[in-house]
Design a protein. Structure first.
Length: 518
């Protein structure tokens, strides 16, 4: 099956049904037109969509969402790119566009794949001092999976053995990453692509007052710095930075990036919504609070008042943060308003508990059925809330896709309806269905307002077929779909990672359906 998706900027791209990781910049035209990726000087809806996406990520755009790509928009892109570990060019490339939710995923190597993409991955792992058993052979097998796991563990990334976009950026194998050798598919105006500048933050080997300020900030944060505040950035300071990053639940690299510097108070934090603010940015915050299981009295009205402040206080208490009711940087990070939070859950079946980077992990990922269709018809909205706290000490094991009540819900793969749950007093999921694929992988849909005809227990359905409708049954404060992914029929795995590449929240065109192969 091939799905045709129209992106936010009007570019039509082909989405292969075999795996979301195969959605590639190769599917885009080799020569970019100005209307595909906005450039400095452009005006119109494409620029407005870009600015709205930046604001939704908590990035302030000087001049606001005015549809004009000027220096203020370029600076906002640089801030976003810096937060994501990309080269701060201020130019929209394929990786930046994907991370903003405005384009398909860059091509990422996957288990079982062979060729130049895998070779580039293995070479990057080798450069990072990670041994790949069997060498650089261009074959993505168990050895490469183990090497990816070792790399992710050593860098404080979510250790799955799967090359996600964060791992790819860290390894420098996608366009726009600091070490990337991938040729840009966007022709950038010479005025917006200045030469790379040195890091504005202290680096290992430095010996100056900036290092002293860093060391003082670490000590003030309760982190011991071996050697004291001596102004020398050696192994003791690197260890202290790593410890701080682990405590903050951000990528523990030992390198001072912008987010680390902001959390230490070494550089100003981005502008965040505050009491009295109104608009889409506040709506985005309120949506995140609701997705985290925090009730916002008045709902997503876009007004930051007492109700929103109280909801922030409740979230902060649940996270063990300073319960001020103010959206500070750490709260914004934990709620997902600011990108950068990592969740390494040692109890997750996809997370290795091995501490030696080159050791064989205790859990090896297995191939499982992946979604080929996005589960909800647009317009909709969602973000990554995997393992977010829930009432009763529970953790969120799905992704919440927010949409209007009655919005169609689709089968994400071919399979059989193996469970049907009906709403009743005290029910958590309300009306819900379980769709199971041939290999045992199942997808759980909850809070439905109604079931579709033909989606009864035991029914065989195909990817793209309507199986229900968005609702708010069970323990739900607003209409949304709670969607879970259970590879191989086992424990839940983060579904955000498999539905984000298929994101069709901006599309109001129903997907095509394809019957299973004979």
């Amino acid at each position: 099956m091939t799905l045709i998706a129209t992106g936010a900027w009007g570019a039509t791209t082909a989405r292969a049904a075999t795996s979301p990781a195969q959605i590639s910049v190769a599917h885009l035209p080799l020569t970019k037109k100005a209307s595909t990726f906005p450039q400095i000087g452009d005006r119109g809806q494409a620029v407005r969509s870009l600015q709205q996406a930046l604001v939704a990520q908590g990035i302030s755009v000087t001049g606001g969402v005015d549809g004009i790509f000027g220096q203020g928009t370029s600076n906002a892109i640089k801030t976003f790119q810096s937060n994501k570990g990309l080269t701060t060019s201020g130019v929209v490339n394929s990786t930046t566009a994907f991370l903003l939710g405005l384009a398909p995923s860059p091509s990422l190597p996957i288990l079982g794949q062979r060729g130049a993409t895998v070779t580039a991955l293995q070479q990057a792992l080798t450069r990072a001092s990670i041994s790949v058993r069997g060498g650089v052979d261009g074959i993505f097998g168990v050895a490469t999976t183990n090497a990816v796991l070792a790399y992710q563990t050593s860098r404080g990334l979510t250790a799955t053995g799967v090359v996600d976009i964060t791992t790819a950026i860290s390894l420098g194998i996608v366009e726009g990453s600091a070490q990337s050798t991938v040729q840009s598919t966007t022709t950038a105006p010479t005025t917006t692509a200045p030469p790379a500048t040195p890091s504005p933050f202290p680096l290992a080997g430095d010996n100056n007052d900036a290092v002293k300020a860093l060391q003082k900030a670490l000590v003030a944060a309760g982190i011991s710095v071996r050697g004291g505040v001596d102004g020398q950035f050696g192994s003791g300071t690197t260890t202290a930075v790593t410890t701080f990053q682990q405590n903050m639940r951000i990528a523990a690299t030992g390198v001072v990036d912008q987010l680390t510097a902001q959390l230490l108070g070494l550089t100003p934090a981005p502008t965040l919504p505050k009491n009295g603010d109104t608009g889409d940015v506040v709506k985005a915050l309120q949506n995140l609070l609701i997705t985290a299981g925090i009730a916002v009295r008045g709902g997503t009205d876009g007004k930051f008042g007492t109700a929103t402040s109280n909801a922030i206080t409740a979230f902060q208490k649940a996270q063990g943060l300073n319960a001020s009711g103010v959206l500070d940087l750490r709260t914004a990070l934990y709620i997902g308003f600011i990108p950068g939070l990592t969740t390494n859950n040692p109890n997750s079946p996809t997370t290795t508990t091995t501490t030696t980077p080159t050791a064989t992990p205790t859990t090896t990922p297995t191939t499982a059925t992946l979604p080929t269709v996005f589960p909800v018809l647009g317009p909709c909205w969602f973000t990554d809330t995997w393992q977010a706290p829930r009432s009763g000490g529970r953790r969120h094991e799905g992704v919440d896709i927010i949409a209007k009540s009655g919005t169609p819900i689709y089968a994400v793969a071919n399979g059989t309806i193996t469970r049907v749950f009906l709403d009743h007093p005290g029910s958590l999921g309300g009306n819900a269905v379980r769709l199971t694929a041939l290999d045992g992988t199942y997808f759980h849909y909850a809070h439905l307002s109604a079931f579709a005809d033909g989606a009864a227990l035991g029914a065989t359905v195909v990817a793209g077929q309507i199986i229900g409708y968005v609702g708010s049954t069970g323990s739900s404060s607003s209409p949304h779909l709670h969607f879970e992914y259970h590879p191989g029929g086992g424990a839940a795995s983060n579904p955000y990672l498999v539905v984000k590449p298929l994101d069709a929240c901006k599309s109001t065109t129903p997907p095509a359906t394809t019957a299973p192969a004979a």
